[in-house]
Design a protein around this ligand. Structure first.
Ligand code: NAD
Ligand code: ZN
Length: 350
């Protein structure tokens, strides 16, 4: 095996990235070395690429970024259990400490010392990456590698949607980026009666239709509250899956929520936002859930059960690029003219 690999790195605290030759990492005790088969671009990678305020506060270059991927286990560090060389794996990207009170009470998704691969340590836009064995999801049946590469956003969608009682529910999804889109078939299979989606991107609203949304609302030209009121015969929605992080979307969506409804909030606003708490939540007797990451590993088991029952994620994938052309993918993501963008580290599969 050659001692170096191709990787996409942030070397300086500034906009952009470089394609470098980096040493192939060595798995430490409790870690495995994974040869990346397929990876995918996440909005977080766009933040790191653009070097926005969040990235400046969080990321410490030099860093190989990227965190959505699948691959083959090629080497085991000392003390690794439950996995062998040759296993095909996806990875839970939040590496938890295992010892804080949240981890010790089965709530690793809110671990107070979480480390995210590709954000806090070297990630998967490379030919190889090391990860703790506890974070591996070993596929024990044939799965499309491109689907295996997008388990992170899919898991966000599973976690957000299945936190609510969806049987017979009228559901509004605000923001049909990749995670909002993935939520449509999840909500449908979980028993939703009606699924309404809003966005500001016609491209993404078209994808929402392909995923089976009953109604799509372009909030650039249509009023969300009016349209939802009409579509639900004045009843409003029982469940809100908030996946835009947009202040107006959040305020309007709460106006659509019926008394006693549930709002499951995944979207991250770019800063503090204003909301009329009394009207939006208190007097409605609404239940509001903050959703962080994926439950370890309840969400993974739920997500896999849905996939095995026939849920098809492949329409989410709209572009495929070799690692060298990742810059084009990052720009497409910025423009919102895509679903998921798949990256092949060695150009094979294209
Ligand atoms: P994305 O940015 O691709 O999707 C957001 C979508 O919201 C876009 O399609 C955008 O056009 C749309 N939007 C913007 N303004 C809108 C408005 N006024 N009304 C309706 N839609 C509007 O992101 P994604 O990868 O699908 O992630 C969805 C959200 O979840 C983002 O805010 C992301 O930061 C957040 N996120 C949270 C977690 C978590 O653990 N809580 C994890 C991953 C992502
Ligand atoms: Zn912890």
């Amino acid at each position: 095996m050659s001692k170096t690999m191709k990787a996409v790195a942030k070397l300086e605290p500034a906009k952009g990235f470089e394609i470098i030759e980096a040493p192939i990492p060595q798995p430490r005790a409790g870690e495995v070395l994974v040869k990346v088969r397929v990876s995918a671009i996440c909005g977080t990678d766009v933040h790191i690429y653009s070097w926005d305020q969040w990235a400046q506060n969080r990321v410490k270059p030099p860093l190989i970024f990227g965190h959505e991927f699948c691959g083959d286990v090629v080497e085991l560090g000392a003390g690794v259990k439950g996995v062998k060389v040759g296993d095909f794996v996806s990875v839970e990207t939040h590496f938890t400490c295992g010892v804080c009170r949240f981890c010790r009470t089965g709530r690793g998704h809110i671990c107070e010392s979480v480390e995210i691969v590709g954000v806090d340590r070297d990630g998967c836009f490379a030919e190889y990456v090391t990860v703790p064995y506890e974070n591996l999801w070993v596929w024990d049946y044939e799965v499309d590698p491109e689907v295996a590469a997008i388990q992170d956003p899919y898991g966000n969608a599973v976690h957000t949607a299945l936190a609510c009682d969806l049987v017979g529910a009228r559901v509004l999804i605000t923001g049909v980026g990749p995670i909002g889109l993935a939520s449509i078939p999840i909500a449908r299979r979980a028993g939703a009666q009606q699924i309404i989606c809003s966005d500001v991107s016609p491209y993404r609203l078209d994808l929402a239709k392909q995923f089976g949304a009953d109604l799509t609302i372009d909030v650039r030209t249509e009023d969300l509250v009016t349209k939802v009121t009409e579509a639900t015969n004045g009843a409003g929605i029982d469940v809100l899956l908030e996946m835009s992080g947009n202040e107006k979307a959040i305020n309007d969506a709460f106006k659509c929520l019926t008394n006693g409804g549930t709002a499951s909030l995944l979207g991250i606003p770019s800063g503090p936002i204003t909301i009329d708490l009394a009207t939006a939540i208190v007097f409605k007797g609404a239940t509001v859930l903050g959703i962080n990451g994926r439950k370890m590993f309840e969400t993974w088991y739920q997500g896999q059960a849905l996939l095995q029952s026939g849920l098809d994620l492949t329409p989410l994938i709209t572009h495929r690029l070799p690692l060298e052309r990742i810059g084009e993918g990052l720009e497409l993501m910025k423009a919102g003219q895509c679903g998921k963008i798949i990256i092949y580290p060695d150009g094979s599969g294209l």
